[in-house]
Design a protein around this ligand. Structure first.
Ligand code: F6P
Length: 323
């Protein structure tokens, strides 16, 4: 292995830059040349890349987003697109790739290995924390802190106005952000997948709570189950209390990565380079209970039942503490 490429793909996540920095500097430390590929798989298809040096990744450790840009490439989902990508890989003499992204990106990387045997290792980078084989994905810690900061601020107006707020958070189909900020932010209710909920019961609980003197409520809703505006309409119709929606949206993807995400990204960047040098492929690096773990992509993208149990436990605790 003499020359590798690194790219970021899918939704950006805080800490992706820290991972790029680590990949580039660890690769150079191990005597490899590195190409930075722009816009994820689009850059492979369109041959958009540049030589990376230790200096090209100066001062990016603390920056959100990704200096390599990112995309969700539709063309890469086609066989023709992947063939173009493979031609670019050959043309540039790349012996392997490091893919920083989420499960959609890993599915693409898996197919690239199956069809063209391009050695590649993934680094889990997504705010959703929805990948098996790593306790946390790069960016999820920062996203939770960003959402929590917003919820703490909303709490001030909730208390002052004695209102109900429904705060919608990201996470696609995964409840990690919702359940974590729910507990950390002292939410009165959390609606998250795959947990079943009953809006009529929730409204009855709010009315009962008011009678007992509980005047303000924060309901966290994961984008994977419902829209904040729909929940607000239902509460309004059933209770006639003052209620407002807040959609945190893409703010959760931005900002300077926390120390946790920088450390995770720095560790995984080097682990990925070393795994590639050792001949590993079709798998991602992750950290489980503080230790490096290499997980095949196919397993990384499967559902994790144990995680669901933990989330249910956290939900129960959130409800006990919200009384
Ligand atoms: O996967 C990361 C994520 O931010 C999800 O939480 C969210 O559902 C999705 O990406 C939003 O995608 P887009 O940026 O394409 O709107």
């Amino acid at each position: 292995m003499k020359k590798i490429g690194v790219l970021t793909s899918g939704g950006d996540a805080p800490g992706m830059n820290a991972a790029i920095r680590s990949v580039v500097r660890c690769a150079i430390h191990n005597g490899l040349e590195v190409k930075g590929i722009f816009r994820g798989y689009e850059g492979l298809i369109n041959n958009e890349m540049k030589d990376m040096s230790a200096r090209s990744v100066s001062n990016i450790l603390s920056r959100g987003g990704t200096v390599l840009k990112t995309s969700r490439s539709e063309e890469f989902m086609t066989k023709e697109g992947r063939k173009k990508a493979f031609d670019t890989i050959k043309k540039n003499g790349l012996d392997g790739l490091i893919i920083i992204g989420g499960n959609g990106s890993f599915q693409g990387a898996h197919v690239l290995w199956q069809e063209f045997k391009v050695p590649n290792i993934g680094i889990p980078g997504t705010i959703d924390n929805d990948i098996n084989g790593s306790d946390y994905t790069i960016g999820s810690h920062t996203a939770v802190n960003t959402a929590l900061d917003a919820i703490d601020k909303i709490r001030d107006t909730v208390t002052s106005m004695e209102r109900i707020y429904v705060v919608e958070v990201m996470g696609r189909k995964d409840p990690f952000i919702a359940i974590t900020v729910g507990l950390a932010g002292g939410a009165e209710e959390v609606l998250f997948p795959p947990h079943e909920y009953n809006l009529d019961d929730m409204c009855d609980e709010i009315v009962e709570g008011r009678k007992k003197g509980k005047v303000s409520w924060i309901i966290v809703v994961s984008e994977g189950v419902a829209k904040a505006t729909d929940i607000v309409a239902k509460i309004k119709e059933k209770t006639n209390f003052s209620v407002r929606p807040v959609v945190l949206g893409h703010t959760q993807r931005g900002g300077s990565p926390t120390a946790f995400d920088r450390v995770l990204a720095s560790r995984l960047g080097c682990d990925a380079v070393e795994a590639l040098i050792k001949g590993k492929s079709d798998a991602m690096v992750g950290i489980v209970s503080h230790e490096l773990r290499i997980t095949p992509y196919e397993e990384a993208c499967k559902e994790d039942k144990e995680k669901t149990l933990l989330e249910e436990k956290m939900y129960k605790l959130t409800k006990i503490l919200a009384t």
